[in-house]
Design a protein around this ligand. Structure first.
Ligand code: SF4
Ligand code: SF4
Length: 313
């Protein structure tokens, strides 16, 4: 029997998630809660409904469909769409994400964030761009959410993708038990692993968990000779200090094998629509986008430790 997983997106022609042209497949479910998460819809392990105010005509048709009385009565369209509006169509504390309302909305204002797909269905989609992968050195990247939370699905997908000759990247937060990564070693060409903060207390503050397991897994991956690309989201007043990057450089320099590359990813807030669609207030909404030039000093620090570093990936 082929495994299934709730997939939120299959992004074709991705060029930032491993070498060459790739298809990025995103699974739901994450065990971290990063404050700056750009894919909040992938954090819960279940499907969720998006409500898009820009598409909603406030016809009220969805009200009757909801068994939980979770849908708010219509208000004038302009009022609902106003930038300062606090109106959200769905009372989230009552919503069970049953998706019944999605079926009645003719305006695509209600949509499930994900779709349950089999390994074969995912692979069929990924294989559409096989020619591009071949010419660019690209392939499949599995991310999320946290794909290691679906080990059976992930391993079956990797095994079948390898049989098709695909190059495979696993984009992970680094927190899975080692035995999960160990099982992926025969298939994965590159591990894209996040490092957020070298101070474990600050790591916990930003993500909900300390960094010990992540550092341990990076070390183990390096010991077995896995190819690793480290990704660091750079956040104002969180990890944008010389001290943090010096400690990161020390740690990476001490690994048994050097990492392939480290990508510094300056903060941006382009994901705010998703928070609005889920009816979640995002505290970073007012935060300025970080100019990549602000990461130059950190790049220089990392380079002094012999690390091949890019800004933006
Ligand atoms: S059915 Fe769709 S367009 Fe009509 S009120 Fe509900 S969400 Fe809005
Ligand atoms: S997903 Fe189900 S419970 Fe939630 S608002 Fe729609 S119909 Fe109601």
């Amino acid at each position: 029997m082929t495994e299934k997983c709730l997939i939120t997106n299959m992004q074709r022609f991705s060029t930032n998630d491993g070498p060459g042209i790739r298809t990025l497949v995103l699974c739901v479910g994450c065990n971290l809660k990063c404050k700056w998460c750009h894919n909040p819809e992938t954090i819960p392990m279940h499907n969720t409904v998006f409500w898009k105010s820009a598409l909603c005509v406030q016809c009220g048709l969805c009200i009757e469909s909801c068994p939980e009385e979770a849908i708010r009565p219509p208000i004038p369209v302009e009022e609902a769409r106003a930038e300062e509006s606090a109106y959200h169509k769905i009372e989230r504390s009552k919503c069970t994400d049953c998706m019944k309302c999605v079926e009645v909305c003719d305006f695509d204002a209600l949509a499930p964030v994900g779709k349950m797909l089999t390994v074969d269905e995912v692979l069929d989609e990924v294989m559409r761009d096989k020619l591009f992968y071949k010419n660019s050195g690209g392939g499949l990247t599995l991310g999320g959410g946290e794909p290691t939370m679906h080990p059976k699905f992930m391993l079956e997908l990797f095994q079948k993708a390898k049989e098709e000759g695909l190059h495979i990247c696993l984009d992970t937060n680094g927190t899975a038990p080692w035995k999960v990564y160990e099982q992926t070693l025969p298939f994965v060409d590159f591990y894209l692993v996040d490092m957020k903060n070298m101070d474990t207390e600050l790591h916990k503050l930003g993500t909900g968990a300390g960094n010990e397991k992540i550092l341990e897994n990076i070390k183990k991956l390096s010991e077995v000779g896995a190819k690793i690309i480290i990704r660091v989201p750079v956040m104002y007043d969180y990890n944008d200090t010389a001290e943090n990057f010096e400690q990161m450089g020390e740690f990476l320099k001490g690994l048994p094998n050097p990492v392939h590359r480290l990508d510094l990813l300056p903060f941006h807030n382009w994901c705010q629509n998703k928070y609005n669609w889920m009816g979640i207030y995002w505290p970073l909404i007012e935060e300025e986008n970080m100019d990549p030039i602000e990461c130059e000093d950190f790049k220089e620090i990392l380079e002094t430790y012999g690390i091949n570093c890019t800004i933006g990936g």
